[in-house]
Ligand binder design. Structure first.
Ligand SMILES: Cc1cc2nc3c(=O)[nH]c(=O)nc-3n(C[C@H](O)[C@H](O)[C@H](O)COP(=O)(O)OP(=O)(O)OC[C@H]3O[C@@H](n4cnc5c(N)ncnc54)[C@H](O)[C@@H]3O)c2cc1C
Length: 438
């Protein structure tokens, strides 16, 4: 059977590989550049995720999102090119709450995580960043974070899943998909690229991520089935630290986390080449948000136009309350001796407003509503439109596997759960196809 897989990110590479292993003919079509052994650069597999983000063509430049109803639209990061977001993310690798997955009826996730081919290792002591080290000293619950690396190198899904089977695959990089094509019965029969080329197939798996999968399906005419609703992310707050030592970062951008389920604290040890070297961030994120009213809508039918993204974070007051708790924990840590000795000043925005403005719980809540951040973990924007194992309701031979397909947002960083989801869905598609052909 000939499959088209649209998008070569965390999920798409898993899907393509497993279909090839099962003997299917696979064409993997990706909007961005190829990522091959010969073109792999230290910017992508190195310690600095800002360098990966700055690599040519590796993010969907110009994509913007509104965090709250009152907020402005500002850039929203999504990976682009083979490897997708796995080539630019911060590499944190957590499985999440098995009970949450069981509440969706996903009872096999332990086995599916075991299948994931991307290796995981914790950073060496010498790789722990300066702020990360302060967090380890300040709170004995903080731990070096498990990262998607091997021997100190980032391992993308392209490397782990696609590279070993490249001769058996048809890859189409730099080929953004406009829409899915259907026959008269509504069954998927291929895709139309943005340049007008049509590629035919027996089945289509859309794996373009929680922003672009609904956009492709909206352009394909699926406008009345919950496509692009229920979008979630983990709401977050960023506290910017100005360090006394101006010499700049030495370790990994992210190397330690403090898991206080439902909260997570993550130091970001420097802010890229464009920022002063003495700045770093402590991120506080709410990992079990109630709000799930974000949307992805089309700005126009032109596939080169970015969709309109409204995350609608913190729409539920319970989320504001819990994130306030997280900010209070972070402020207390930042005022404790290890941080106090190393931090010169603390800011709550990029124009130098001091943390002194957060002098009451209501001030923190106001600040979060105005300046609340996301955690680049877009999720669940297709959940309402999908049946079992990512099947698009009302359309034969059309399936979705990526972060858009989570019934609700996982309670951890979404890369490893997305690979698990893809392993789980594709196995069921392969089994169903084998039963039909038997
Ligand atoms: C900067 C950043 C940091 C992050 N840090 C972490 C972290 O530390 N740990 C963690 O667990 N998670 C992290 N995440 C989130 C995690 O990486 C994502 O949730 C996960 O990669 C999503 O996988 P996906 O397959 O849904 O989408 P992606 O991996 O984004 O893949 C989608 C692919 O589809 C392609 N595509 C889009 N539109 C089209 C089209 N029209 N035609 C063809 N192809 C298309 C894209 O170019 C992309 O390659 C981070 C994300 C970002 C952006």
């Amino acid at each position: 059977m000939k499959w088209i897989v649209v998008g070569a990110g965390s999920a798409g590479c898993v899907v393509a590989r497993r279909l090839v292993d099962a003997g299917h003919h696979v064409v993997i079509v990706e909007a961005g550049p190829a990522l091959r052994p010969t073109t792999m650069s230290p910017a992508i597999d190195g310690a600095d995720s800002f360098e990966a983000l700055a690599s040519p063509g590796r993010v969907h430049t110009g994509l913007i999102a509104r965090r709250s109803q009152a907020g402005e639209r500002t850039p929203y990061l999504r990976g682009r090119g083979e490897g997708g977001s796995s080539a630019v993310n911060s590499m944190v690798a957590l499985r999440g709450d098995a009970q949450l997955y069981e509440s969706w009826g996903w009872t096999d996730t332990g086995a599916m995580f075991e299948r994931v081919l991307v290796p995981i290792e914790r950073p060496r002591r010498s790789e722990i960043g300066r702020v990360a080290r302060l967090l380890l000293d300040a709170d004995d619950r903080a731990r070096p974070a498990p990262l998607t690396r091997r021997a100190g190198r980032r391992i993308t899904t392209a490397e782990a899943y696609l590279w070993p089977v490249l001769p058996a695959l048809t890859t189409m990089p730099d080929a953004p998909v406009d829409r899915v094509e259907f026959d008269g019965s509504g069954a998927a029969v291929g895709v139309r690229l943005a340049d007008g080329t049509r590629v035919d197939a027996d089945a289509v798996a859309v794996c373009s991520g929680a922003i672009h999968t609904p956009a492709i399906l909206l352009r394909s005419g699926l406008t009345d089935r919950g496509v692009g609703t229920g979008l979630s992310d983990h709401p977050a707050a960023a506290l910017t630290l100005q360090l006394r030592d101006p010499s700049g970062a030495s370790g990994l951008t992210t190397s330690v986390l403090l898991d206080l389920d439902p909260l997570q604290l993550l130091p970001v040890d420097h802010l890229g080449d464009a920022a002063p070297p003495d700045l770093a961030v402590l991120l506080v994120a709410l990992m079990r948000p109630q709000s799930a009213s974000g949307t992805v809508r089309l700005a126009s039918d032109d596939p080169s136009d970015h969709p309109l993204v409204d995350l609608d974070l913190l729409a539920d007051d319970r989320d504001v309350e819990r994130l306030c708790d997280g900010v209070a924990v972070a402020l207390e840590l930042l005022r404790s001796p290890p941080f106090d000795a190393s931090v010169n000043a603390l800011f709550i925005d990029d124009v130098g407003t001091s943390d002194a403005a957060l002098d009451s719980r209501s001030a923190i809540a106001d600040w979060l509503r105005r300046r609340g951040a996301d955690y680049v973990h877009a999720s669940s924007s297709m959940a309402g439109a999908l049946g079992d194992h990512g099947r698009v309701r009302g359309h034969e031979r059309l399936v979705v596997a990526d972060a858009s397909a989570f019934p609700s947002i996982p309670n951890v960083n979404t890369h490893l759960p997305t690979m698990m989801l893809a392993e789980r869905f594709v196995q069921e598609w392969i089994d169903t196809d084998a039963r039909r052909s038997a």
